[in-house]
Design a protein around this ligand. Structure first.
Ligand code: ADP
Ligand code: ASP
Ligand code: MG
Length: 400
């Protein structure tokens, strides 16, 4: 079999951990598999590098940020290759460029356009274990790009797709995908299987166990995706097609997104086309807008609220200053988004009502709501985030 294995930050957090990963990779090699291993930077490294940059500028040039951040993954990929060779297993590390990962030129959140696999194919043909630096690619202009936070998951899935690997294993510091973050709710249960769509919702709503774009790509390319722990041999969670799951629960999980901020525009002129102007400006600035609320207008003006990722708040502020479309703009980073996800919701009523009821019982005020066929999201004050997760987890009996 050809297997792509990805090891996250904690799994390669120090030399002892890298040694343990090398052992695990060698075990798979001894079972006769061909291996491409994707690694993250050591845990904390990417944040440390960002802090260095923040020392000089609130809005550092994104090309330079990519030069900086891509170094973290290069370190671990080279170290793992050295560790494998030291054990007598031929290995070669590859940067994103060497692995042929070509992206667009949106620095710090580049999209993979295609993967030129010939260098990887050649190394595999020589029987080498390939160790790819995750999270990075190369633009058409030959610049280093990075794929957004958590992007090593995407590197692994995209490589698995391009090489038509039999399996893509994401090794992390928990046993798999749980009904909610087990660090918030110790009663969370591990799921044996979850559908691509539910995983996509959970991931895009804050469950960082998998990066959402990696799930999107796994679904598109039909990649056999498993998450499991690098610290033990427990069976992980299979992410698969909905048809492969016999019994669909009403609710599969609860997600918490702490990386949200709310923007409120007060006194926006209430005329056709104004929303288009505002959101076009944000789109042009590469800001990802999520929930949007517009109030009923009075006296020719209205209020407009929306959420953006916290790390895009500076870009949002600049865009809103340039646009100058309202009398007042308020920014609030002290909020979180808590969400209930489940494909079973499609065919049941009353699921949303239970979520609102649970918040009411806990005395938590819901500030924004959005729903889709398979999720309910609520914006609440940050200090209630974890309480809300635990209350919802028990209300939907996910601990049972
Ligand atoms: P890695 O460094 O391996 O990529 P991450 O920190 O990105 O690991 O993702 C793993 C973390 O995701 C876990 O430690 C856990 O706290 C968090 N997490 C959030 N939601 C979930 C969930 N539903 N199931 C499992 N883990 C979750
Ligand atoms: N090191 C990057 C990050 O911290 C990518 C990753 O770990 O997947 O976001
Ligand atoms: Mg991750």
């Amino acid at each position: 079999m050809l297997i792509v294995q990805k090891y996250g930050g904690t799994s390669v957090g120090n030399v002892e951990r890298i040694e343990a990963v090398a052992k695990r990779v060698i075990e798979s090699k001894q079972e006769g598999h061909n291996l491409v291993v994707v690694v993250s930077a050591m845990s904390g490294e990417t944040n440390k590098l960002l802090d260095f940059a923040a020392h000089f500028s609130k809005t550092p040039n994104s090309r330079e940020v990519d030069m900086l951040l891509s170094s973290g993954e290069r370190v671990t990929s080279a170290l793992l290759a050295i560790a494998l060779e030291a054990q007598g297993y031929p290995a070669v590390s590859m940067s994103g460029r060497k692995a042929g990962i070509v992206t667009d030129n949106v620095h710090t959140k580049a999209r993979i356009e295609h993967i030129d696999t010939h260098e990887m194919q050649a190394a595999l043909a020589e029987g080498k274990i390939i160790v790819v630096a995750g999270f990075q690619g190369v633009t058409h202009n030959g610049e280093v790009s990075t794929l957004g936070r958590g992007g090593s998951d995407l590197s692994a899935v995209a490589i698995a797709g391009a090489l038509e690997a039999d399996l893509c294993e994401i090794y992390t510091d928990v046993d798999g995908v749980y009904t909610t973050d087990p660090r918030i709710e110790p009663k969370a249960k591990k799921l044996d299987k979850i559908s691509y769509d539910e995983m996509l919702e959970l991931a895009s709503l804050g469950a960082k166990v998998l990066q959402s774009r990696s799930v999107e790509m796994a679904k598109k390319l039909n990649v056999n995706l498993v998450t499991r722990s690098s610290f033990n041999k427990n069976e992980g969670t299979l992410i698969t097609k909905e048809d492969n799951i016999m019994e669909q629960p009403l609710v599969s999980g609860i997600a918490l997104d702490k990386n949200q901020a709310r923007v409120t525009l007060r006194g926006v002129t209430d005329k056709p086309g104004i929303a288009a102007v505002i959101f076009k400006k944000l789109a042009d600035s590469n800001v990802n807008v999520d929930m949007i609320i517009q109030n009923v207008g009075h006296d020719g003006t209205t209020n407009l609220g929306f959420t953006v990722p916290q790390n895009e708040l500076e870009m949002t502020k600049t865009a809103m200053q340039e646009l100058n479309a309202s009398e007042v703009v308020e920014y609030d980073s002290d909020i979180v988004k808590v969400s209930v996800v489940g494909v079973g919701m499609k065919s049941h009523s009353g699921v949303a009502c239970k979520a609102f009821d649970t918040m009411a019982k806990e005395g938590i005020n819901i500030e924004m709501i959005s729903t889709s066929e398979i999720k309910i999201s609520m914006v609440i004050q940050a200090k209630y985030g974890e309480l809300a997760v635990r209350a919802l987890h028990s209300a939907y009996q996910l601990d049972k």
